[in-house]
Design a protein around this ligand. Sequence first.
Ligand code: FES
Length: 121
Amino acid sequence: MPTVSVAGKTIEVTEDTRLVLAIEAAGIAIGHRCGGHAKCTTCRVVFAEGEPQTMTKAEHEKLSERDLLGSARLSCQILCTHDMAIAEVPMTLESQNWTDTGPAPEPIVTPEATWYPSADF
Ligand code: FES
């Protein structure tokens, strides 16, 4: 099974696990204020290793709109298909002083994913 490493912790996940949910399972109160629909960017992460070579259309559009393309990824739009290490989770319950992290993301990628290879980013 693939592993996800974040904040000094490594957990095993299934390949169809959304990264935002894996990070949460590792004990990090990551933001997902839009419920995992690629609308808010609070689930953004910075990769140390294993950044996926594909991106959903919804992620590409949102990162472009917020000028984050190339500097962050949206963990709600990523499946844990291989080992990944996360360097930074910028927006958490603690760092943003929220009262909650947002509605629970569904187990599948939403909106329905259209995947692009990185050459198309
Ligand atoms: S963009 Fe809102 S949770 Fe991912």
